[in-house]
Design a protein around this ligand. Structure first.
Ligand code: F6P
Length: 524
């Protein structure tokens, strides 16, 4: 990594004011803040749509928030927000607009000057027609049978969103089909999905924006061979495969019928694409009407993000809280703790959203940054997580800010457990034996919502999308490219192309060459 020179950000008055303020706050325990400010819980909570954010259990005061919003203003978050929503090419390194918000827009024309809504409406109609044909048993396989299993083959943004939502909304699913997800380059993943499926009644959706992703194409080819072997015909592919892609030529070359090819566009990033045809497996599982509710929920959060003042803007607050700990307390990770089995896949989804977006160490001008960007995002469902790693959250040496995501409609005591954890992290407990002492003063946000339904999930996911956007603007990085994933892919291609028994690969380090030789040897 190049040595960074002092950036405009760290030299700025807003940054320096926060550094000075942190030195004061660092000495204060949150217990003291609660004792001092009787209205703290009310003052530091905010409702937006179905979500209630309590951010009172943070190491901050009104002054902290004023200084943090100054930082957001200094970075011109409002100006950049307007630029994104107007379709400017804010993804500069790829010269692309960033218009996933159009996918949930209800506007006739959006954005002004480069209206994409005709494309969006047509795609939504296509998704409705397709999902209804599958659900209604009108899409028939090669032997005239209805589809019973839907297997989505995709990875990253073409997998994590629909996988997570299908799981999250399982109580709303009423399709006669079972829906499965295959992502891994390890063929075991596909093998497990195929084990429960019958070729005559299986529909594959190959979801790949580029239609060049190695894992997805390998799995799609294996699935094709499985189908052709069972049905004795290559032409069966046309009846059993659909695609979601921006690369229609490649999908056609694979053998996918044009009418079963749903669109995507370069102005939708993979990790922001669940609102597009990439959401097709979700629409099949829950029906297009409910999928539209998901879009409406996201739209409600977009409207909040666009109109609420920064001080009362939920995505902006979440972003600023993250920055407060990452940049001023040196927190290197952030835990996401959904207290609902249905939200099991959410941490993985948010990992891609946050870390692929803001895991950058050069700024928009290509200069190395002299400040931390996105922390490690990790987590798991409560209450399981309590019996796995909460020991470290309570008594470990790392400061790990947490997001407790708490749907209140779940039965059992999951929600109460979430509140208890947040209370314990904040207040701590004294004890004569040091091992039994809880220092407390460990920050968390609690996001409470009534139920896990499509509208609420739309709000929740859009909340995090905009949080990531705001952080990217303040950190001055491009949140919408992901060049960091390329080098590993390139080397993997070189390794895979090396014939068994081939010598060392020139230019490759000695360790990797030795491991490759051993791997080939053991495989023999
Ligand atoms: O390699 C990372 C990535 O490019 C992600 O950004 C993306 O979501 C994923 O691969 C899948 O890409 P595609 O949809 O083009 O197959």
């Amino acid at each position: 990594m190049n040595t960074p020179i002092p950036s405009k950000l760290t030299q700025s008055p807003a940054w320096k004011a926060l550094q000075a303020h942190q030195a004061e706050i660092a000495r204060v325990h949150m217990r003291e803040l609660f004792a001092r400010e009787p209205s703290r819980a009310r003052e530091f909570s905010l409702a937006a749509g179905a979500l209630l954010l309590d951010y009172s259990k943070h190491r901050l005061t009104g002054t902290t928030l004023a200084l943090l919003t100054n930082l957001a203003r200094q970075a011109d978050v409002e100006g950049w927000r307007a630029r994104m929503f107007s379709g400017e090419h804010i993804n500069a390194s790829e010269d692309r607009a960033v218009l996933h918000v159009a996918l949930r827009s209800a506007l006739e024309v959006f954005p002004a000057g480069r209206d994409v809504m005709p494309l969006v409406r047509k795609a939504r109609q296509g998704m409705r027609a397709f999902s209804e044909a599958v659900r209604g048993g009108r899409l028939l396989g090669h032997t005239g049978k209805r589809m019973r299993s839907v297997i989505n083959i995709g990875i990253g943004g073409s997998d994590l969103g629909p996988r997570m939502l299908t799981q999250a909304l399982w109580r709303h699913a009423d399709a006669p089909q079972s829906v499965h997800f295959v992502a891994n380059a390890d063929p075991d993943d596909l093998a497990r999905a195929l084990a429960q499926a019958r070729p005559e009644t299986t529909l594959f959706i190959v979801a790949s924006k580029t239609f060049t992703t190695g894992e997805t194409l390998a799995n799609a080819n294996l699935a094709k061979a499985w189908l052709a072997k069972a049905l004795g015909s290559e032409t069966a592919v046309k009846q059993h495969f659909a695609a979601v892609t921006a690369n229609t030529e490649a999908a056609a070359a694979f053998g996918i019928a044009p009418e079963l090819c749903l669109p995507l566009w370069d102005w939708v990033g993979g990790r922001y694409s669940v609102w597009s045809s990439v959401g097709l497996p979700v629409a099949i599982a829950i029906g297009m009407d409910r999928f539209e509710q998901l879009l409406a929920g996201a739209r409600a959060m977009d409207e909040h993000f666009l109109s609420a003042p920064l001080e009362a803007n939920m995505p902006v607050l979440l972003a600023l809280l993250g920055i407060w700990y990452a940049n001023f307390f040196g927190a290197e990770s952030h835990a996401v703790l959904p207290y609902a089995e249905a939200l099991r896949e959410l941490p993985a989804y948010l990992q891609q959203l946050e870390m692929e977006s803001n895991g950058k160490s050069v700024d928009r001008d290509g200069q190395p940054v002299d400040y931390a960007t996105v922390p490690v995002v990790w987590g798991s469902v409560g209450t399981n997580s309590q019996h796995a790693f909460h020991q470290m959250l309570h008594q470990g040496t790392h400061l790990v800010p947490c997001d407790f995501l708490v749907p209140v409609a779940t039965t059992g005591a999951a929600a109460e457990n979430a509140l208890a954890q947040a209370a314990a992290l904040m207040a701590g407990k004294d004890a004569s034996l040091p091992q039994r002492r809880f220092d407390g003063n460990r920050p968390s946000s609690t996001i409470l919502f009534k139920a896990i339904d499509p509208h609420t999930m739309g709000q929740l996911l859009a909340l995090y999308e905009h949080k990531v956007f705001v952080q990217g603007i303040i950190w001055n990085v491009n949140s919408f490219d992901q060049w960091g994933v390329e080098l590993g892919k390139e080397i993997a291609r070189t390794l895979a192309a090396q014939p068994a028994g081939g010598g060392a690969i020139p230019g490759l380090d000695a360790s990797t060459n030795a491991l490759l030789a051993r791997l080939r040897d053991w495989r023999r």
